[in-house]
Design a protein around this ligand. Structure first.
Ligand SMILES: Cc1ncc(COP(=O)(O)O)c(C=O)c1O
Length: 399
């Protein structure tokens, strides 16, 4: 055991310190960097110990589908950043959302969420979960009263993604928490776009935070991962599903994500500042009809963003004058920006949501969510903003 173990419980450290230090437990070799435990199972001293570990009578690792020390370090570090009592890691962001619902909901339960969600999350809620008797009502992200009006006696969960992908619409976390609390409903927030560095949903009253760690937590486009953080009483329910069904995080990915978290604060602040600069430039561009960025005063929820987030984040979406042809012209003229669906990378990416990330939802769902044919999403990385502008300008000038 080392002095670092105590850190997990020290609330006085700043987020930057926790991101580098929290969760690490040194082995008998006293390694400085976090150890990577690439092992599927753990050895017992005797049959009695094996039995006690399996029954849960004695603590300790059994099998990496249940727990693994590298994964535990990742969970503890993210829990510290989110100010959560506990965290469970998953194989991807989508499996975190699935595990959350499987842990908290049963057939007959009802979920309220918004029209403005990541495409796969929408698919999960509207096409897969109904087959298992869990039904969802999608309302306008920004219409607080609509969330309240959608509540039924069997409503168990409000699921918020804020800011949303790709339109950066905000959900008012404290306002929605107040409504949910009055009805005994749990609130889960997908904190993928802001990360705990820019937004701490649990402090604002949410019960659970969900992450696609694939995005900013890795930050370099290497691995997939996810997590659910919150009160242990709730994450234990999620863990019951995970350890049985199996979409757990691999030790290798947990190790990559641990190292990613060490630079999270530096990256998200720098990427956010660059995104604001790019958003201002796009807003002044003659071929751009509209820019969606919470850090711009023109964003309809700019004031809420200032209250709820420390900065606007690194996603800038914009509507080109015209439709799909004009949007694709901008994409096809990019030489620097990567044409790829991922976001949160140090390398800037560009996506046409209507034909990619949101291509599998219905045209009606796209229309309800404001995903038009002229919409483009840029996930700003760490390149010089002037180089990004020059790359986009080539296509914008031709669109
Ligand atoms: C907001 C949001 N939540 C969840 C996910 C799903 O994460 P993953 O791709 O790690 O499954 C994504 C992926 O883009 C996302 O943008």
């Amino acid at each position: 055991m080392s002095g670092l173990d105590a850190m997990e419980h020290d609330d006085s450290f700043q987020l930057e310190t926790l991101a580098v230090r929290a969760g690490q437990v040194r082995s008998q070799f006293n390694e400085h960097a976090e150890a990577l435990y690439l092992t599927s199972s753990f050895v017992f001293e005797n049959a009695a110990q094996a039995a006690a570990r399996f029954s849960g009578e004695s603590p300790g690792n059994v099998y990496s589908r249940f727990t693994n020390p590298t994964v535990t370090a990742f969970q503890d570090r993210l829990a510290a950043l989110e100010g959560a009592e506990a965290c469970v890691a998953t194989a991807s962001g989508m499996s975190a959302i699935l595990a959350l619902v499987m842990g908290l909901c049963s057939a007959g339960d009802h979920i309220v969420t918004s029209n403005s969600l990541f495409g796969a999350t929408q698919q999960l809620f509207t096409t897969i979960l109904p087959r298992f008797g869990v039904h969802t009502t999608c309302v306008s992200q920004t219409d607080v009263a609509a969330w309240g009006a959608a509540i039924r006696p069997e409503t168990k969960l409000f699921f918020l993604e804020t800011p949303s992908n790709p339109l950066t619409e905000l959900a008012d976390i404290p306002a929605l928490v107040a409504i949910a609390r009055a009805h005994g409903i749990r609130v889960a927030v997908d904190n993928c776009f802001c990360t705990p560095i820019l937004q701490r949903p649990l402090e604002l009253g949410a019960d659970l935070v969900v992450h696609s760690a694939t995005k900013y937590i890795d930050g370099q486009g290497r691995v997939l991962g996810g997590a659910v953080a919150g009160a242990k009483e709730l994450t234990d329910e999620v863990l019951k599903f995970l350890r049985t069904a199996g979409p757990t995080l691999s030790a290798f990915n947990a190790w990559v994500l641990l190292k990613g978290m060490e630079t999270l604060s530096l990256r998200i602040h720098a990427q956010s500042a660059a995104a604001l600069e790019l958003a201002r430039w796009l807003e002044a561009h003659p071929t751009v009809a509209r820019v969606y960025y919470p850090g711009l005063p023109s964003h309809p929820q700019h004031k809420l963003a200032q209250r709820q987030q420390k900065a606007g984040g690194a996603i800038v979406s914009f509507e080109i004058k015209g439709g799909r042809d004009e949007a694709w012209t901008v994409v096809d003229h990019c030489r620097l920006l990567s044409i790829t669906a991922n976001l949160g990378d140090t390398k800037t990416t560009i996506t046409h949501p209507a034909s990619t990330t949101h291509g599998r939802i219905t045209p009606e769902q796209r229309a309800a969510g404001g995903i038009t044919e002229g919409l483009l999403r840029v996930a700003v990385g760490l390149e010089a903003v002037t180089d990004l502008q020059a790359d986009l300008e080539r296509g914008l000038a031709k669109s």
